[in-house]
Write a new protein. Structure first.
Length: 308
């Protein structure tokens, strides 16, 4: 089997990968079966490539069915409406993270065109627009897209293919989006075609090699099955970018993520909101300390790559 080729066995509701989507290698279960705590309460199997180590939710809902697993008022990035403790913390973190994202882009590009894929309710694009960037968004979720347009007057389309074929961007961002797509390689190929020569692709994903991922095991909230279909390591992203014509410029830690993910993970283990907040802060700090003092990554990793 050639590198990157894989076979999918599909029923009306689920599809099963029979080979690694990145390298075509053989796969097997890795022993973890995380639970969908948001919608269905189902458990999903994780499989891992015996050749390159890439990890996937497998079997997984088909593209036609996956939307039902996002239909929850508690899926904050699509609604922004809950006002419980977890949601308030999420919005506090998001506000500060948006400013940091802008700083990162501004360092490379003080002005220009930015496409945000999986833009949710549009807060990041609205912030960039207020700083003089020309923006475009892609968001498959109809409620999130409608809210982004209504709240911020943004230009948001339902899919990448809806953008005129000749249009290209200086920067394309995917903030915790790549783990949601069914075909990582096809997505990167399409993104490469949409970036101007020398332009940037910025990708942020949960990192399953982080300390908090190991500590929580199947209860790690960033597995978020079945919405998260791929479970990346830094090596997986570096390889995928190289295969699709990108030169990795830098890899960064995302220090805000570990306390939030740890808090959610504690809730998965049955902790009360207050106990989850306290333990999440403790274990999030511990995870960040490990990342700062060893070669292990933070709970999420951020990648800046240039179109070759």
């Amino acid at each position: 089997m050639s590198e990157g080729s894989f076979h999918v066995e599909q029923t009306t509701e689920y599809e099963s990968l029979t080979a690694c989507p990145l390298c075509g290698g053989p796969i097997r279960e890795n022993g973890l079966q995380p639970q969908d705590h948001l919608v269905s309460q189902e458990r999903f199997v994780l499989t891992e490539c015996l050749r390159c180590g890439f990890c996937q939710t497998n079997p997984r809902p088909t593209p036609d069915r996956i939307g039902s697993y996002y239909e929850s008022p508690d899926y904050i990035s699509h609604t922004g409406t809950p006002n419980d403790l977890t949601s308030r913390i999420y919005r506090w973190v998001r506000k500060r993270a948006i400013a940091r994202k802008h700083q990162l882009i501004h360092k490379h590009l003080p002005h220009g065109t930015v496409l945000d894929v999986g833009c949710g309710t549009g807060e990041f694009l609205a912030y960039l627009g207020s700083r003089g960037y020309r923006t475009q968004g892609v968001e498959p979720s109809t409620p999130a897209r409608v809210q982004a347009i209504a709240n911020h007057g943004l230009d948001i389309l339902p899919q990448l293919e809806s953008i005129p074929a000749q249009e290209q961007f200086d920067v394309i961002t995917l903030w915790h989006v790549l783990e949601h797509v069914h075909d990582v390689r096809d997505t990167l190929k399409k993104l490469h075609a949409r970036i101007k020569p020398g332009g940037l692709l910025i990708v942020a994903v949960p990192d399953r090699e982080s300390w908090d991922a190991t500590h929580y095991g199947a209860d790690w909230a960033a597995y978020d099955v079945p919405r998260h279909l791929s479970h990346f390591r830094r090596a997986d992203i570096a390889r995928a970018l190289d295969l699709h014509g990108f030169r990795l410029q830098e890899t960064r830690g995302m220090w805000f993520d570990a306390p939030y993910v740890s808090q959610l993970s504690e809730r998965h283990r049955g902790a009360s909101p207050l106990a989850a907040l306290l333990k999440g802060a403790l274990f999030g700090l511990l995870s960040n300390t490990v990342a700062a003092t060893t070669s292990r990554p933070t709970s999420s990793s951020l990648f800046v790559a240039q179109k070759a």
